[in-house]
Design a binder for this molecule. Structure first.
Ligand code: GLU
Length: 457
């Protein structure tokens, strides 16, 4: 009996469980990747039942195995003349909808599990944007904290000297993520250009405005998260005006989420970095946060020296004990667990929109949904960054650039579409009101249909 016929004798649940078991067996110890797959598979049973062709053509099995995963040595010399060695990664997870697309993360915690969870989620996030981009992700366990500008440059040059073999404007287009911003993209771009001997602006996104970058790319993830939140709130006739809001993190996503939230009248009372969090009951002064984080590269605790009415607390994940109606986890994976979710619910939480990738643990997600909290999952709520990256690619191809408002308008429309598609998919497949499932399904359906059309590859 062929595998195909055998599979049809088991129930959908057994089939999905067997897929999950294979993922665990094939990727031992990769907890974050298992978690991302688990959350995704929880949404899949009704889809597989309504579309038996997905099972016949092993769509899930193929989707869960990256098309390619490269890992490479990154040697570089620090300011003391010492040789340092890091590990670089690029996962090219799925190219069904277009060139692999996804950021690079430079952080000490980076390993193949982190890169695979991010790359896997990127497939569906990118599909949700409606743009022609596949899913990929990369990075290194390099820790940029405390490194000099020249060390960062030498590291980026070494990293690109290996990565350049695998990328290209029609192949794979990296961008930033944690630890990779405009400066790093500049150094990476410079080295690519030097190696290749030509100027190909479409090989990276998040570039500087002067050499092919898009206006509004820096703001896009944070702004997009708030545009998504506006849709969520308006489904219950609510607005951001006057709402107490807590935003974790103080990097690119967090800062521009705070900016847009404040513009819409929210009172942002707390934000954080990996050391701890600040509470400013009168509302965070964003200019100070920008100065500390974007200009000086300092720590968020420095905020209280400028604003003595604010307080600093050690331990970043305790930020969720600050009472609020809106919570925006914009720092990193698994920063909001079940205990934090319980506290937030007890303190009168109305809505969450995830600006970071997989910031809530699966237990926390279940608790929040069970308690009827409006929940904007990462794949949908933080898709604005990559959406504007795709707009940057489009501008690069056309060799022109759009105004800030033009890009921002397109971003808003994309976020509204993602919201509507996720709501609709949730409804169609029996998960009404659950946008975690809705986003998974809407993204998956787009990829799955195209996979069927492209044959068994
Ligand atoms: N790192 C961002 C994300 O998680 C952006 C990726 C990109 O712009 O390609 O979606």
């Amino acid at each position: 009996m062929s595998k195909l016929i055998q599979d049809h004798t088991s129930t959908t649940e057994t089939y999905i469980q067997s897929i999950y078991d294979t993922v665990i067996k094939r990727n031992p110890g990769e907890q974050e990747f298992h978690q991302a797959v688990n959350e995704f598979l929880e949404s899949m049973a009704p889809v597989i039942e309504q579309h038996p062709e997905y099972r016949q053509h092993a769509v899930l099995e193929r989707l869960l195995e990256p098309e390619r995963l490269v890992s490479f040595r990154v040697p570089w010399v620090d300011d003391h003349g010492q040789v340092q060695v890091n590990r670089g990664f690029r996962v090219q997870f799925n190219s069904t909808l277009g060139p692999y697309k996804g950021g690079l993360r430079f952080h000490e915690t980076v390993n193949s599990s982190i890169i695979k969870f991010l790359g896997f989620e990127q497939i569906f996030k990118n599909a949700l944007t409606g743009q022609p981009i596949g899913g990929g992700k990369g990075g290194s366990d390099f820790d940029p904290k405390g490194k000099s500008d020249m060390e960062i440059m030498r590291f980026c040059q070494s990293f690109m000297t290996e990565l350049y073999k695998y990328i290209g404007s029609d192949v794979d287009v990296p961008a930033g993520d944690i630890g990779v911003g405009g400066r790093e993209i500049g150094y990476l771009f410079g080295q690519y250009k030097r190696i290749r001997g030509g100027n190909e602006p479409g090989i990276l996104t998040g570039k500087g405005i002067g050499y092919g970058g898009s206006l509004a790319r820096t703001e896009a993830t944070g702004y997009g998260c708030i545009y998504f939140l506006q849709e969520l709130l308006s489904s219950r006739g609510l607005h951001l005006q006057g709402r107490r809001t807590v935003v974790s993190g103080s990097g690119n996503v967090s800062i521009f989420a705070m900016e847009k939230a404040q513009e819409l009248g929210a009172i942002v009372v707390a934000c954080s970095d990996s050391g701890g969090y600040i509470v400013d009951p009168n509302g965070i002064k964003l200019d100070t946060v920008k100065q500390i984080k974007l200009v000086e590269g300092g720590r968020i605790r420095d905020y209280v020296t400028h604003h003595p009415e604010a307080s600093y607390h050690y331990g970043s994940t305790d930020i969720w004990s600050v009472p609020c109606e809106i919570a925006l986890p914009c720092a990193t994976q698994n920063e909001l667990d079940a205990a934090a979710a319980r506290r937030l619910i007890g303190n009168g939480l109305i809505a969450i929109a995830e600006g970071a990738n997989m910031p809530s643990t699966l237990d926390a997600v279940h608790l929040l949904l069970d308690n009827d909290i409006l929940f904007g999952p990462a794949k949908a709520a933080n898709a604005g960054g990559v959406a504007v990256s795709a707009l940057e690619m489009a501008q690069n191809s056309m060799r022109l650039s759009w105004s800030f408002d033009e890009v921002d308008d397109k971003l808003k429309q994309i976020m509204q579409h993602i919201y509507r598609d996720s709501v609709q998919a949730a409804k169609t497949y029996g998960f009404e009101g659950n946008l975690v499932a809705g986003a998974n399904i809407a993204g998956f359906r787009r990829v799955a249909e195209a996979m069927l059309q492209q044959g068994i590859i």
